[in-house]
Write a protein that binds this ligand. Structure first.
Ligand code: ADP
Ligand code: MG
Length: 723
């Protein structure tokens, strides 16, 4: 039996997972937050004055009173120990996009040969992991290995359980010893501060002097694939690169649209329930689950949270999906494009901002034309997206996401805004002198007496737009499934802070403290914005060729690949933008640019090497075996004097020769080295990737020729449909 056949037989013999969650005894919703050192736990366990001081820092971003750390650390330790924790870990988010953690035990030996558990304020506030193995993009030399992790009070600590023990996890920022951010969290916190400072000025102009912090919010929808582990163990490409580098399309793909929102199978549902329970316990409010468009593809989405917390939680969602999938005998693929010709996976980043006195500031209400404050914030977004479209493109650039942006399933690399009918109309009115009405939403009559009339939304959805208004928030849809939401959120916070700053300054100057002048001033600045930046609005189909031509006429950037997009990060106006709002210094931006470029290069290098190895040692031998079978058969037929059709033999032999030559070309490209990372990236993009595709085209043809029982790699059909 071939290894492939064995894998399929193993899957078929698999017993359904036993009920492991006693859901009838206790509803999983009751478990929400049970492993979190939350505000309510702190209220119970901390002296009142200390609790209040911490609460103030969390709610107002006010300066952390370091003197409280000792008491908090002790309470945190006692609570964690009551949950079985023996260790603590400063968790941080280095620029690799992964989650990093360094564990230490609470154990402190005493002189009598015993030990006690201890956790001091100092160790809570600051950790000192060796930073030398994390990318720094030239910020420090390897001999300056020191890095610091700093406690982020605004993201609660939690206990992470594993089969043989539990660990207290403390979310932290990660910095070089010279104070530069080496992580994804620090700029999120800085950018939230920047956005708040500017938004307060608008709120004050409109009479909200509450000073309640304006926080960016994010709800990130995560798409992913689940593939049985038996197949993955036969696919070195998926193991090494997260995606299939070989594989002919299967006759049945996604053409019937029969997977999207389809009934979820028991095996997958068992996995989802377990993921959700685990996330509930960590206080992560996951809410939505469904089958996605591609076979084997699914989605999970939480209720939105403030940007910083949402980012930490999103990271935990990814870790948990992968971990629980393994328990259920599957691999969770977060790659943006695991299967060619099949829809890829994104991470739609729903974004808004709001405060405690007014709630969501991007909620237009029923009559947006009368809601001047909403229109101001909305105009700030239109201006920001237009002015810095290239930044939004650059922060979603990665080797994986390049396969997705531009294929007709995810938004194209051209950034534009979809406003929906109602809002587009309001802004059109502003352009023409002033908005006096909002298109009615109305009700939808279904025509069945027993069914209620449904209130209609103000605009339809547009699935093709990279940046779409969806009723009370914007949805940035170009983010890749494998990416941290940090980059996109930092970019949005910062470019909108700059726009809000611009509008606030205009309005403050025009009104000079006289509120009666506000309305006219708002109309003026809005008209100016819509005149200058309205070209970013596009309500049509972003997939069409006509849009690409139209976008070019409008002068919108179309940065198709990562090597084209990343240099945006170090363009003068962009460096200026991020340093002006104290989000990332020029040095930090340069370091990020270098790290992301290096990551792109490394990713494709690994892929290219994997292609060569698999082509040479897995596919070539299988093809030669088949060739030998055919040749033997032909010889025997000739000996017997029977006519023999040798066309398949010739086809196979031809493809084998082509394969050999194509491998040689790719090997030469891999051997090529350069000190210039950008030159190297261009080679990877323009030469290496096409050479890989060339090999694949040949092997995919071989897959259609070689006898099925000799073909070594699990096919697309098997991986996508056997579960
Ligand atoms: P759809 O697939 O229809 O776009 P989902 O329900 O899958 O919608 O996801 C919508 C996401 O948007 C959820 O995570 C939701 O919590 C989030 N969201 C809703 N309101 C806001 C808001 N004000 N700020 C940020 N995210 C929001
Ligand atoms: Mg969704």
């Amino acid at each position: 039996m071939s290894t492939r056949a064995k894998a399929i037989s193993a899957i078929n013999q698999m017993k359904p997972a036993k009920t492991t969650i006693p859901y009838k005894e206790e509803n999983s919703i009751n478990k929400f937050g049970e492993n979190v050192f939350s505000m309510s736990v702190m209220k119970k366990r901390l002296p009142n004055d200390i609790y209040k001081s911490l609460k103030k820092t969390v709610e107002n971003y006010s300066i952390l009173d370091a003197s409280v750390a000792g008491v908090v650390a002790n309470a945190m330790k006692d609570w964690a120990i009551s949950k079985g924790a023996s260790h603590y870990a400063h968790v941080f988010f280095p620029l690799t996009g992964a989650t990093a953690e360094k564990h230490d035990s609470f154990l402190v030996p005493d002189l009598s040969g015993n030990a006690i558990a201890e956790f001091s304020g100092k160790t809570l506030i600051q950790g000192e992991p060796d930073a030398s193995s994390f990318p720094s993009g030239g910020i420090r030399q390897t001999f300056e290995a020191r890095g610091y992790t700093a406690w982020d009070v605004t993201s609660p600590a939690y206990v992470m359980e594993s089969p043989n023990g539990a660990t207290l996890c403390i979310p932290t920022a990660f910095l070089s010893w010279t104070g530069e951010a080496l992580d994804k969290k620090t700029p999120i916190l800085r950018s939230m501060q920047a956005l708040n400072a500017q938004a307060q000025r608008i709120l004050r102009l409109f009479g909200d002097n509450s000073g309640k912090i304006v926080s960016a919010t994010c709800g990130a929808e995560q798409e992913y694939f689940l593939i049985d582990k038996h197949f993955i163990s036969l696919r070195p490409d998926i193991q090494a690169a997260g995606r299939s580098l070989f594989g002919a399309p299967s006759p049945k793909g996604q053409q019937f649209d029969d997977h999207y929102f389809g009934a979820i199978t028991d095996r997958v549902l068992a996995f989802m329930f377990e993921v959700e329970l685990e996330l509930y316990r960590l206080g992560i409010p996951v809410k939505t689950r469904h089958n996605e468009v591609a076979p084997g593809q699914f989605e999970v989405a939480p209720v939105f949270e403030t940007a910083n917390l949402a980012t930490d939680h999103q990271q935990l969602v990814m870790v948990t999906l992968k971990k629980i999938a393994k328990k259920h005998g599957m691999e969770c693929l977060l790659h943006e494009k695991p299967f060619a010709g099949i829809n890829g996976s994104g991470k739609h980043c729903n974004y808004s901002f709001g405060n405690a006195s007014q709630g969501n500031l991007l909620d237009p209400g029923a009559t947006p034309h009368e809601n001047a404050q909403f229109l101001v914030f909305c105009a700030a977004i239109i201006r920001g997206v237009h002015k810095y479209a290239k930044v939004l493109r650059a922060v979603v650039a990665s080797a994986g996401n390049d396969h997705r942006l531009g294929a007709n399933e995810a938004p194209p690399a051209i950034i534009s805004i979809f406003l929906g009918e109602q809002l587009a109309d309001v802004f059109e009115q502003i352009k023409n002198g002033g908005a006096t009405c909002s298109k009615e939403c109305g009700v939808m009559q279904i025509g069945v007496d027993a069914l209620p009339d449904l209130p209609k939304d103000a605009g339809d959805r547009n699935r093709t737009s990279p940046f779409a208004f969806t009723g009370n928030r914007f949805e940035f849809r170009a983010v890749g499934a494998d990416q941290s939401v940090s980059g996109p959120l930092v970019a949005m916070n910062t470019i909108f802070a700059e726009s809000i700053d611009y509008i606030a300054t205009e309005l403050e100057n025009a009104t000079a403290g006289d509120p009666s002048k506000l309305n006219a001033a708002v109309q003026d600045v809005m008209k100016k914005i819509i005149d200058e930046h309205g070209t970013i609005i596009f309500n049509g189909d972003n997939y069409t060729k006509e849009w690409h031509e139209e976008a070019a006429r409008r002068g919108l950037p179309n940065l198709k690949t990562t090597p084209e997009a990343l240099p945006v990060l170090i363009e003068d106006d962009v460096l200026e933008l991020f340093s002006k709002y104290n989000v990332l210094s020029k040095k930090e931006m340069h370091s990020r640019y270098e790290i992301y470029l290096e990551q792109y290069n490394k990713k494709i290098d690994v892929e290219a090497k994997t292609v060569v190895e698999m082509a040479k040692t897995i596919i070539y031998p299988a093809a030669v075996r088949y060739q030998t079978d055919l040749a033997d058969s032909c010889l025997k037929m000739k000996e017997l004097g029977v006519d023999c059709d040798d066309s398949v033999l010739k086809e196979t032999a031809g493809l084998i020769l082509e394969l050999k030559a194509a491998i040689k070309t790719l090997e030469a490209l891999i051997a090529h080295e350069s000190d210039d990372a950008m030159a190297e990236a261009k080679t990877y993009c323009e030469k290496t990737l096409p050479a890989m595709l060339n090999i694949r085209a040949i092997t995919d043809k071989l897959e259609g020729v070689v006898a099925d029982d000799l073909w070594p790699l699990p096919t697309y059909q098997e991986m996508l449909f056997t579960r």
